[in-house]
Design a protein around this ligand. Structure first.
Ligand code: PNW
Length: 478
């Protein structure tokens, strides 16, 4: 066998997981005391999601979690990342916890552990209790303190059996898609509010990390999952490099700056001074936000390609973040987004595994010594069962193969990557896109809610069981 065809082996303790989030899979939105989150309200508002679709039923994981865990075990996964629905646990976003809400997650965790699957809990994957939004939402400082209280409650309830904790998932999406471009809940389009939200999400991460640590055994680990962008210049011209720096501040530095270094990135305040004066960054906040972390989660799908522009085009922006006349990039009107050349997935996102390698190496330098996890990576395709009911998705296998090879390459280059969570375990509610975009390794028939592992699920399970990547040539054939 030629050298290039030999399998690529991963470190023995490497975690092979899949990821989901509460609102995207659970359904059962009115059961056991749960109250609406901003995503219930948003998805029930006409015109906000494709076809008016909602997470009311989603894939009914709330009632099918036992079967779903059995399926994960059958496939051979060693880890599972899921999120807790805040309004299931604290219906008003404050005050005492609802025991039945906590029980669901306790049962889920016990089921995972009994199958030898390591749970990783995300506390916040975008579903703010509606009552807290009504009180001002993330632009309101108090929301960060409410999050810390919620973190304490969940930490106390599950800290004896869950070791891996993630405070926030992709705060960039919460702040800038939720309050800036408005394509995500709560659908506000207010640039100043989006920056205020970003600061209070940072504060929530810091306060939440401290609360978790006080509530749990010291052996547990706390991390955050960032959808840190790989931002590339259209040309090496100084103006394009300046555009990269500007977007890098708004995509990455605005979160990792305070969280990892205790400071907002240089230039950010000046670049956004026409929008906000940042007076809500109070003395002591940055020390609260910069908590020692045990790991960093990186979510990666596609890189961004930018250049300097006279003035950004009117109307919907072609930067891959959904159609909105409002930008999710406050103060960056002088930046144009371009389509990265190459093959794309069903989301229109260009497939570029070198971006994942670059992202890992960047954070290896940004946070030396901090273990990294790829907490999301995956692709949407227009999967359809064949006449025998089997679902063949060679494109997804090729995508996963390329990105896992990039992870392995980064490890060879010295990065400390400890695990990989495929997005997603199964097809689910893809936010504003509804059920149209299928990210799952497992196919869901939305008429019956039956689950069928796609060929990529079998392929990935084999990788997980063996801890090694087969030659690329066999990828499509699995
Ligand atoms: C992430 N963007 O969402 C989320 O964490 C998942 O819940 C989601 O299903 C998955 O990726 C696929 O979309 C993102 O516009 C949504 O840059 C939008 C963007 C990035 C991530």
């Amino acid at each position: 066998m030629p050298e290039s065809a030999s399998p690529v082996t991963f470190p023995p303790a490497f975690l092979w997981g899949a990821a989901t989030s509460a609102y995207q899979i659970e359904g059962a939105v009115r059961e056991d005391g749960r109250t609406p989150s901003i995503w219930d309200t948003f998805s029930h508002t006409p015109g906000k999601t494709a076809g008016g679709e909602t997470g009311d039923i989603a894939v009914d994981h709330y009632h099918r979690y036992r079967d779903d865990v059995a399926l994960m075990a059958e496939l051979g996964l060693s880890a599972y990342r899921f999120s807790v629905s805040w309004s299931r646990v604290q219906p008003t976003g404050r005050g005492p916890a609802v025991q039945r809400g906590l029980d669901f997650y306790r049962h889920l965790v016990d089921e995972l552990l009994s199958h030898g699957i390591k749970p990783a809990v995300t506390l916040y994957h975008w579903d703010l209790p509606q009552e807290l939004e009504d009180a001002g939402g993330w632009p309101e400082r108090d929301t960060a303190f409410r999050f810390a209280e919620y973190a304490q409650i969940v930490g106390e309830a599950l800290g004896d059996r869950v070791e891996q904790w993630i405070t926030l998932n992709e705060p960039w999406c919460s702040a800038f898609l939720g309050y800036g471009s408005g394509v995500h809940a709560p659908g506000r389009t207010d640039a100043a509010a989006s920056l205020k939200a970003a600061h209070h999400l940072n504060l929530a991460h810091g306060l939440g990390t401290t609360a978790l640590r006080s509530a749990m055994p010291a052996r547990n680990t706390v991390a955050v999952s960032l959808n840190s962008s790989v931002v590339r210049p259209l040309s090496p011209a100084p103006a394009d490099l300046a555009a990269v720096r500007r977007i890098d501040n708004l995509a990455n530095g605005v979160f990792h700056g305070p969280m990892l270094h205790g400071a907002y990135p240089e230039g950010l305040f000046a670049e956004t001074s026409s929008i906000t004066d940042w007076s809500y960054v109070l003395d002591g906040d940055l020390a609260v936000i910069k908590q020692p972390l045990d790991a960093l989660g990186l979510n990666y799908y596609t890189p961004a390609l930018v250049s300097a522009a006279e003035k950004s085009a009117e109307g919907p922006r072609a930067d891959g973040h959904g159609a909105s006349a409002f930008s999710p990039w406050p103060g960056a009107d002088g930046v144009a987004f371009h389509q990265t050349p190459g093959e794309r997935t069903e989301m229109g996102w260009t497939i570029d595994p070198t971006g994942l390698h670059d992202l890992i190496m960047r954070y290896s330098r940004e946070a030396p010594g901090l273990p990294l996890y790829i907490t999301e990576n995956g692709a949407a395709y227009d999967d359809k069962p064949d006449p025998e009911g089997r679902v063949h998705d060679p494109e997804r296998i090729a995508y996963l193969h390329g990105h896992l090879a990039a992870v392995r390459g980064a490890i060879a280059d010295g990065a400390d990557v400890r695990g990989y969570y495929l997005w997603s375990l199964m097809d689910n509610f893809e936010w504003a896109y509804g059920y149209d975009k299928r990210f799952g390794a497992v196919y869901v028939d939305y008429a019956t809610l039956a689950r069928t592992p796609k060929s990529s699920a079998h392929w990935y399970g084999q990788v997980a069981r063996t801890g090694s990547l087969p030659p690329a040539a066999s990828a499509g054939a699995a």
